[in-house]
Ligand binder design. Structure first.
Ligand code: SF4
Length: 284
C-alpha cells in the first residue's frame, strides 16, 4: 500500500536525500516527441557536478527564458496585490518600476512588458477565489514526504497559483511563457502533490501561457493514474540517487552514467561551453 508516512517525525529525524520533481523528470526523460532534444548529460552537469565552480557559475546565470518566466510571475503577483492597478492607465509603467525592468536586457523588457499588457487585458485571476499566488522567487517549495512501499522520497512541486472553483474544486494553475508545449506530466505531479496537501478536495490542474494567452483544458486524473504517477516519481528518485552514487564512486564514468546526445540541443544547452561533446553548428 502506498501512502504518505504515518509518522513523519520518526523519519524526519533522518535526512531524506531522495527526491523527485518536475525539473528532475524533465532532465531525466523528455516528453513524447521531443526525444531528439533530450540529453541526459545535462542532468549530470546540473545535478552531479553542480558544485564544480564552472558548472555552478553556469547554473547561476539566469538565462533569458527563466528570467522572463520569473518576471512574468512577479508581474501577475503584483497586479493582484493592488486591484486598483487594473483601472490605472499607468499600470504598466508602475509595474515596470516595481519589477525594475529598466535593468533588464531589451529582449526581456519587451517580452515582459507585452506579458503585462496581455494580463491587463485579460486578468484571468480577477474575480476568482485565489488561495495561493506565488511571487515566483520564493525558492524551493516545502517538500512532501512520500512513502512508496518501503521507499521514502521528497516530492517538490512549486505551485504558481491555486484557486477554488465555484463547485469547490481545487484548481492548480501553472503559468507558462515562451513557446514550450504544456507537459501533461507536470499536471500529474501537481495532482499528486494535491493528494497530500489538499486531500479533501477534488482537484484539477491547468496551464496558462501569459505570452500566447493560451489556456490548456483542465487536466484531471483518476486515483489509479495518480497512484501510478507516484510510482513513476519514486522510481525516478531512486534511479537518480543510484546514478549520483555511481558518479561519486567513479567520476571518470560521467559520460556512461549520463550519456551525451550531441545535436540540436547543444545550441540551447547552458553547459555547451564546458561540454566536450558539444556540437557548435548542426546541419539543417
Ligand atoms: S552541450 Fe550538447 S552534448 Fe553536451 S550536455 Fe549539452 S546538450 Fe548534451
Amino acid at each position: 500500500m502506498n501512502h504518505q508516512v504515518s509518522n513523519p517525525r520518526k523519519v524526519c529525524s533522518k535526512k531524506i536525500w531522495n527526491f523527485a520533481s518536475y525539473n528532475l523528470l524533465s532532465l531525466h526523460s523528455p516528453p513524447v516527441g521531443l526525444e531528439h532534444l533530450h540529453c541526459d548529460m545535462k542532468r549530470g552537469f546540473a545535478k552531479a557536478r553542480k558544485r564544480e565552480p564552472l558548472v555552478a557559475a553556469l547554473l547561476k546565470q539566469d538565462n533569458i527564458p527563466q528570467r522572463i518566466g520569473l518576471l512574468a510571475q512577479k508581474g501577475v503577483y503584483e497586479f493582484h496585490q493592488d486591484s486598483s492597478m487594473f483601472s490605472d492607465k499607468d499600470a504598466i509603467d508602475q509595474l515596470a518600476i516595481i519589477l525594475r525592468l529598466d535593468r533588464e536586457l531589451d529582449l526581456v523588457r519587451e517580452r515582459v512588458t507585452q506579458i503585462l499588457k496581455n494580463y491587463l487585458k485579460n486578468p484571468i485571476l480577477s474575480g476568482k477565489k485565489v488561495i495561493k499566488l506565488s511571487r515566483g522567487d520564493e525558492g524551493f517549495p516545502k517538500p512532501i514526504l512520500i512513502q512508496q512501499g518501503d521507499y521514502l522520497f521528497n516530492l517538490y512541486a512549486a505551485i504558481d497559483c491555486i484557486l477554488i472553483e465555484e463547485d469547490n474544486t481545487l484548481h492548480i494553475l501553472d503559468f507558462k511563457t515562451g513557446k514550450t508545449d504544456f507537459d501533461r506530466r507536470q499536471a500529474y505531479i501537481y495532482l499528486l502533490a494535491a493528494k497530500y496537501l489538499y486531500p479533501r478536495y477534488k482537484t484539477v490542474a491547468s496551464f496558462y501561457n501569459l505570452e500566447t494567452c493560451k489556456h490548456s483544458k483542465p487536466i484531471t486524473a483518476t486515483p489509479e493514474t495518480v497512484e501510478s504517477f507516484q510510482i513513476i516519481m519514486s522510481r525516478l528518485a531512486k534511479q537518480h540517487q543510484l546514478d549520483l552514487q555511481r558518479y561519486r564512486k567513479n567520476s571518470a564514468d560521467f559520460r556512461y552514467i549520463f550519456p551525451p546526445n550531441p545535436g540540436v540541443s547543444c545550441r540551447f544547452c547552458p553547459f555547451s561551453s564546458i561540454c566536450e561533446f558539444a556540437i557548435a553548428e548542426v546541419a539543417a
